[in-house]
Every structure is written in C-alpha cells, then in structure tokens.
Design a protein around this ligand. Structure first.
Ligand code: ES4
Ligand code: ZN
Length: 338
C-alpha cells in the first residue's frame, strides 16, 4: 500500500514549528501505553481518532496533555522522535527545530533528564539515520506561572549544549508575552535563541509584545497580524519570520476553511512566511502535506512554494553551520516542481 506520506511534496524544507508531543500517532500511543502499563480511556485507535474533533485551541490541548501519559521513559521519547524524523524525511524535511514541553512532563514525574536524553538518542544520530539536521527548542507553558518557567530554565542548565532556544506555547488568551519578560531575559543571557507563539488565538498586540518585551527572532503562527496593517508593515520591514501552520489553523478553527486562509495575501504583502505542521498527528498532516494543501487549495504556484521553502532555511537557527544552510538553499533553488 502506498502511504499518503510517501507522495507529499518533497521540496527540501526546514520545519520550524513542530511540537514533538504533537507527533504522537494513535498507533504509537497505544503501543507505548501497552509497554508502560498505562490505561488509555479509548477502546482503540479508531475511538481515539474520533476524539480529534476540536472546537478551539483549549479542546485540543486537553487531549494533547492527556495522551502524554504514555510517554514515560527515555526510549519512549527516542521512539517518538525517530518516528517523526522518518515521516518528516519522507516529505522533504532536511532540517527541523523541535519544540518540547518539559513542564508537562515534569508535572507527571518525568524529569528533564529523561526527556532530553531520550530525544537526544534520536536527534544525535538523525543526520546519519534520516538525513535530517535538528535543533531543540524548549517551550514554557504560558498558562503556568512565570516562576515555574524560571524553575524550568534552571532545570535545563545541565543540557544547554543540546538546547538552542526557548519558546512559549499552550493557552494564549489571557497569558500575554510580558508575563515572561524575566525568564526570556535570563534565557538570552545564557545565549539561547528566542521565539514565541503569538497571534494564534491571541490579539495582534501579543505579537508586538513578543518582539518588544521578549526580544523574539521569529513569531510562531502570527496569523492575526493581518488585523493590524501597521504591524504587517513592521513585520515586513524587519523581515520577522512567521511560522504558519495552515492545517492546524483549520482544525483549531482559527480560520473557517483552508480556502479562506490569508497565506496568499500575507505573501503578497511581503511577509516572511514559512509553512509548518505544528502537531501533525492531531491536525491531519506533516510538513509536505501542509505544502500540498496550500498548493492545491490556495493555488500557490511553484515560485511561491519555492519562496516558502527558501524562507524556512533563511529563518532557521543555522548560524553555526552556514555551509549547511547554503547547501540546503541551493537544493531549494534547484528543485523542479514539475
Ligand atoms: C500548540 Cl497549536 C498550539 N498552540 C499553542 N500551544 C501548543 N502546544 C502544542 N500545540
Ligand atoms: Zn504550536
């Protein structure tokens, strides 16, 4: 049988918005549950997939956090990352900057050491096994306290050789970026790169605040910038990369239908957009599937798709491997969309 994942667009690309916990496919969730003696409140994988009818970000997050119960050992995190990297590689992903949510694991008694060591078992050999280079970005849960974020940064200190940056995710509305000013200042002082989710469900002001108060270098989602022309102008002028996730926006009802997604208008406005999968196991597709969707439904042509792929490498945290970035960029220019 041909898997749909084998035929998605293989243009070389970097994935810059990917939650590793959001790559947990129902089949792997049940396998890990069995291995760890964890009981899942779903009869089988079909029943679990039935639960994937989200009303909004919060209804998704409830299931996302619930299913993490099956992730307990280093090997679980290794298997999760290996499965993702294999699927991503099959869809043309050459480089990925992976988000993880340590607080969600530490709260369940699974330590930072287990999570980072486990993920690293897969990431450390990914260029050889999958042909994919990787970075790790540790996210703070914005619906937890600023003090908890500071404690999490402290717990990460033994692993800073493997962690490239920090991010901010989870329930956005009511948790503005400024709440995390102190921890972002501390992260910057440690030499960590900074990104944050902003303007997914939250207002355009959160995008401005993430830039001005947290000093972020990319905005994750940033979709709602389109409501503020002055902000769009600034993002264009400063070439701030936006990590858009079209299939996620449809599943979480941030946009009504994919055909109404503002991506084409955002590209026309000169915004530095990238296309990513967010939580592919939950939202119906990996990076190549998202590229396919914007080609098929939004009618983006070859040069727009090439621009998206080029932007993904330009916006990558590859400053310590510029030759690798140059190689990836030349692959993008040489790609034949057919
Ligand atoms: C997330 Cl789509 C999304 N938004 C905010 N936080 C998240 N964590 C995992 N997926
Ligand atoms: Zn996200």
């Amino acid at each position: 049988m041909i898997s749909p994942y084998d035929i998605s667009m293989p243009v070389p690309k970097a994935e810059l918005h990917l939650h590793i916990e959001g790559t947990l496919e129902p089949e792997l969730a049940f396998a890990l549950a069995a291995r760890n003696g964890v009981e899942l409140p779903y009869a089988d994988t079909d029943a679990l997939r039935e639960a994937y009818r989200f009303q909004d970000l919060q209804s998704f997050l409830n299931l996302y956090y619930e299913l993490m119960a099956v992730l307990r050992t280093e090997r679980d995190f290794e298997d999760l990352a290996d499965a993702y990297l294999a699927r991503a590689a099959a869809q043309g992903v050459r480089h990925v900057e992976i988000f993880f949510d340590p607080q969600a694991h530490i709260a369940r008694g699974v330590g930072m050491d287990t999570v980072v060591e486990g993920l690293w078992r897969a990431l450390g050999r990914s260029r050889e096994t999958h042909g994919v280079s990787t970075r790790l970005i540790m996210c703070f849960l914005r619906d937890e306290s600023a003090g908890s974020a500071l404690a999490t940064l402290d717990a990460a200190k033994p692993y800073l050789d493997r962690i490239t940056g920090v991010g901010l995710d989870s329930a956005e509305v009511g948790h503005p970026p400024a709440k995390f000013r102190e921890v972002y200042e501390a992260a910057a002082a440690l030499g960590l790169r900074r990104v944050a989710h902003a303007g997914e469900e939250g207002p355009p002001e959160y995008i401005t605040e993430a830039l001005d108060v947290l000093g972020v270098e990319r905005i994750d989602h940033g979709l709602r910038c389109v409501e503020d022309p002055a902000l769009v102008e600034r993002l264009v002028r400063e070439r701030v990369p936006l990590t858009l996730c079209p299939l996620s926006n449809v599943r979480l009802r941030t946009v009504d239908v994919l055909a109404g997604h503002p991506l084409p208008a955002m590209l026309d406005a000169g915004l530095m957009c990238t296309v990513n999968s967010d939580d592919p196991a939950y939202f119906g597709g990996y990076a190549g599937d998202n590229f396919d969707a914007v080609r098929d439904v939004l009618g983006l042509g070859a040069e727009r798709l090439r621009e998206l792929a080029r932007n993904s490498f330009l916006a990558s945290f590859l400053e310590d491997e510029e030759e690798l970035r140059a190689r990836y960029l030349s692959e993008v220019e040489a790609y034949d969309f057919g």
